[in-house]
Design a protein around this ligand. Structure first.
Ligand SMILES: NC(=O)c1ccc[n+]([C@@H]2O[C@H](COP(=O)([O-])OP(=O)(O)OC[C@H]3O[C@@H](n4cnc5c(N)ncnc54)[C@H](OP(=O)(O)O)[C@@H]3O)[C@@H](O)[C@H]2O)c1
Length: 298
């Protein structure tokens, strides 16, 4: 019997590349498509790709992720994050495939005193969050069999992320200032990829029930500020002979950006643990694995 296909749009992004590097479970093949191979805003290209690969599960890892640029580029953000999300979900649904769609903690406004649950009211603060919220609705509308997976503060081996930026700045400058009043859950792109494969395995196993569909959260365990995240990055970097600059904690008001960010962005991941048995590990352990690759010991 041939392998079931997990087809990934946005295959050249941080998560897409982590999925390409992940070990496929027995009986599965992972196929990733870059933007050049399939543009999610082009319904014909998406339908052709799904027709060619006949996936059991489609993952939409494609997104407009430039949070600050989105503030002045709203049309593109909505075209990709909302319209494109709907196109992928509809094409997957038409082909009887389940769609796993990635979304973000930025759909929330950050004004909470306990971790955000899946059914808490959303209230995005900026264009990126609003476009991702629009994408969630488009997916719910287009595909009954969907999993919307919100995640946060993603870092991995590939592409741009906070860990790589810190290491670069840390190698260039003796001291860095990092925001200490935004709190969230750092998440390894590689742990996220494994969670997606576990979800796909369960849904593609033929015994899926209605409660396995819907909206879920996945993030590594533990909540920290960007400043505390940076401290751990450089503590682990120092152990590997990497950069270790002085760090100063600053308030968000000292680091103005075009897009407003949620102050408290901690996702509650209990629903995924309860229904899928997926228990995220602490972010520090996930960071160690990534730093082992980015800063190999001499
Ligand atoms: N990164 C985070 O911290 C974070 C946090 C929460 C949620 N998320 C969500 O997680 C998902 C994956 O994010 P990521 O970190 O992997 O982002 P990423 O590294 O920016 O990757 C996104 C990929 O989507 C591609 N893309 C953009 N427009 C496209 C289109 N029209 N058609 C096909 N591909 C297109 C990009 O292509 P190019 O290579 O040409 O740019 C890029 O390869 C996204 O849904 C994002 O919203 C990310």
């Amino acid at each position: 019997m041939s392998d079931k296909v997990l087809l990934v749009f946005g295959g050249d992004g941080q998560l897409g590349r982590a999925l390409a590097k992940a070990t496929a479970p027995t009986g599965w093949a992972i196929v990733t498509l870059s933007r050049a191979a399939a543009d999610i805003t082009n319904a014909d290209q998406v339908a052709r790709a799904i027709g060619a690969h006949e996936p059991a599960v489609v993952v939409n890892a494609a997104a407009y992720t430039a949070v600050d640029k989105a503030e002045s580029d709203s049309d593109a953000a909505f075209r990709i994050n909302e319209t494109g999300a709907g196109i992928v979900a509809k094409a997957a649904s038409d082909a009887q495939a389940t769609v796993i769609h990635l979304s973000t903690d930025y759909v929330f406004d950050g004004q909470a005193s306990r971790p955000w649950r899946e059914d808490d009211p959303i209230a995005p603060l900026g264009v990126y969050g609003a476009s991702k919220a629009g994408g969630e609705d488009a997916v719910r509308e287009a595909a009954r069999r969907h999993v919307i997976l919100r995640t946060s503060w993603v870092f991995g081996i590939d592409r741009n992320n906070f860990v790589k930026t810190m290491l670069r700045f840390g190698a260039e400058r003796p001291a860095l200032k990092v925001v200490a009043d935004q709190v969230g859950r750092p998440t390894s792109a590689h742990d996220l990829a494994d969670a997606i494969l576990a979800i796909a395995g369960k849904l593609g196993g033929g015994v899926s029930t209605a409660k396995l569909y819907g909206t879920f959260h996945f993030a590594n365990q533990g909540a920290v500020s960007w400043y505390e995240f940076a401290r751990e990055i450089f503590a682990q970097s120092a152990q590997r002979g990497g950069p270790s600059p002085d760090l100063a904690a600053i308030p968000t008001s000292d680091y103005p950006t075009p897009a407003k960010r949620p102050a408290y962005s901690v996702l509650d991941c209990d629903k995924l643990a309860g229904l899928y048995g997926i228990e995220p590990r602490p972010w520090q352990a996930a960071l160690a694995d990534v730093l082992d690759r980015l800063l190999p010991k001499a």
